[in-house]
Each structure stands twice: as structure tokens, then as C-alpha cells.
Design a protein around this ligand. Sequence first.
Ligand code: ATP
Ligand code: MG
Length: 386
Amino acid sequence: MYNIAAVSFGELFLKGKNRGSFEQKLIEKIKYALKDYKHVSIYKDSGKVYVETQNEEDMDQILEKVRKIFGISNISPSIKTSKDVDIIIDKTIELFRYLLKKKDIKTFKIRTKRTDKNFPIKSMDFSALVGGKILEKISSVKVDVHAPDVEIFIDIKRSCYISSEKIKSLGGLPIGSNGRALLLLSGGIDSPVAGYMIAKRGVEINALYFHTYPFTSERANEKVMKLKEKLEEYCGKIKLYSINMLEIHKAIREFCREEETTILARRFMMRIAEKIASENKMDMLITGESLGQVASQTMKSMAVIENAIDMPILKPLVGLDKSEIIEIARQIGTYETSILPYDDCCSVFAPTHPLINPKLENIKRSESNLNVQELIEKVCSTIEIM
Ligand code: ATP
Ligand code: MG
């Protein structure tokens, strides 16, 4: 039925002068998402972006892909026609019959918007004209302008677009319109959600994953790869770095107190992440921390961990409960992968009684037993791009 999708932007309206470049980014993202579809063209027509296809059968898949692009508030599957009055009427009736097959419609309303003032009939008059024709052809329905079962929207611009529904999309801002950040991506539930939430605000994301091979398995790597691919449906291409932390864990075990292990390891992770981010032109880090969720996420623990670096850390889940995070993970499709049993960090090095109230001076004293810079250089030499 539909040969075109009308795409409305979200907050782009708020951005005044930047609007042009944001629109351009959005068009690029749509092109990338639809790169495998032939016979698709993308263009602007007064305030909206249109995705036109010569293969109507592709429309459902196109809508599904475009729906996942940040910066779009809603999408309307539409029929594009010429601005010939009779053709518009015929196509509107055709659409109406199609809708009648799908759902029970007793009442309707026609709404016309005439951006092209050369079109010979005024909006209100045209709505009345088309409405009258529908009443003539389809005797089972009535007009209700206040609470109709269906509203058909006729948008007259460079071409004419007829639609009846708006599919709510994700909102946010187009990726790349708001800088770059490095996501600390584990195989857990939280970090993919954190990446999603920051990407939604227009941030281009790359990811860093720490493993302790051979104490963690190949399967754990594959799981993180899979999570990255899931995120890419929303975020576009993500570069995933991996680093083997084994030497650091060994050194901590040898020279520091067991209960400090997690805090010390996290401080190393942050330093390494900061290094990789700044070497690759990224301005902030992202983690999936949520206040109070585990020992390393108490106020005190987070403060001591953050103290290791200067770069800001975004923690979009900080105020969410686990159940709320899980809900988002399910919606975005990462949950099923996240709960696979292969662990990213190895239990061999996990303390039985981790500190929940670490003191910075003590942690710093323990670190003075280690050659921090040398260890960082050493593990950074294991870097791979997955
Ligand atoms: P997640 O579900 O994201 O793994 P979590 O509840 O298991 O989080 P932690 O294991 O304490 O919490 O990790 C807190 C955050 O630190 C994670 O959300 C992630 O951003 C980062 N992180 C933890 N482990 C790793 C890892 N192996 N590689 C990269 N980042 C990690
Ligand atoms: Mg984890």
C-alpha cells in the first residue's frame, strides 16, 4: 500500500542554526541504515525527510530500520501521489478501503495541509470534498471531527502525501551531532543500556572490553561482540577495543590486600579507558554503574574509582533500579544476550569480601606497591580491535 515514509524530526527544531547540519546527519544515518535496500531514495520536502521505495514490499522492513535511528520523533507510512485532485481522491479512497480491512472503522476525519499555495483548493474545502467522496463510496462510515476512529492526513507540498498513522520513534538526537565517547562494555546487562542512552543523545560511541584470558573464555568475547552488534542497530558502526587485564590482576593479587582488588582493578580500568579515549579523540567515558547496586558502586567506592582519572565519566543509569534497567535492555534487545552465562570478569580474582567503604589514602598506599605506569603499558600492548 505505502510507497513512502514521512520522517519527522524530534528536538532538531530546538537547535536553531544547527538544524541544517543535524538534518544532514540524520539523512546520512538513514542512508546507512538502508544501504542494503535497492530502489530507495531519500529527500527533503518542507520540514520532513522522505524515504521513497519502488518496492512496496520492503516498506515494513524500512520502517523497522528507520524507527531505530535517533533524532526521529515519528514516522508515517504514506502514499505519494501527484497533486492531481482526482488522483488524490482515488488514492485516499484506496487507502481507506485498505484500513477498513485491517480494523473496524465507524467514523473518520480528513485533515489537509496545503503548504503549496498554488494547489487550487483551500485546505478546509479540500478536506470536505474528499470526505464527501468517501461518504459516497463507503456507506458504513460517518464523519466525526472530534474523536474519529481514523484520521486521514493529506499533506500537499512539492508532492502530495496521504497517511493515516504516526509511528512513535525513539526521539533523541542524530548520532554524531554531539561528540564521541568511550563505553566500558562488559558482558553484563547494564553497560549496553548505558551506551544506548548516551548514544541517544547524539553521541558517537566506541567501546572497550576488558578480559582476563585464559581465565575468561572465548565465549565471553563472542558475547560482547554480539552486544556490540545489537547496539550498532541504533548507534551505527562501533569500534570495539579489547584488552587483557591479566597482568594487572596478578600484580594486585601479589602485592595488595584481597578486599581492595575490585577497587584497584577498576581504577586501572579507568586509567586505561581514559588513555584510549584521549588517544582516539573521545571526550568522555561511559559506564553502566547504578548507585548502590554492588560493592564497587557505593558512593564511596565510585568516588575512589573516579579519583584515578581526570576525564568525566557519564553514568546514565546511576538513578535507575535494576528492574528499570532490565526493562530498557529488553526493549532494545540486548537482554537475552546479556544473561548468557559466560562471564567477562574472572571469579578467580574476585574478593570474597569486597570493600564498600574504601579510603582513598589506603588505596593509594596499596597502589604505591605497584608500578602503575608500567602495568598499564604492559596490558595496553594486548589491545585488539574486535
Ligand atoms: P554490567 O551489567 O554493565 O556488567 P555490573 O552491574 O556487572 O554492570 P560492574 O561489574 O560493577 O557492574 O561494572 C560496572 C561498570 O564497569 C559496567 O557497567 C561497565 O561499564 C564497567 N565494566 C565492568 N566490567 C567491565 C569489563 N570487563 N570490561 C569493560 N567494562 C567493564
Ligand atoms: Mg559486570
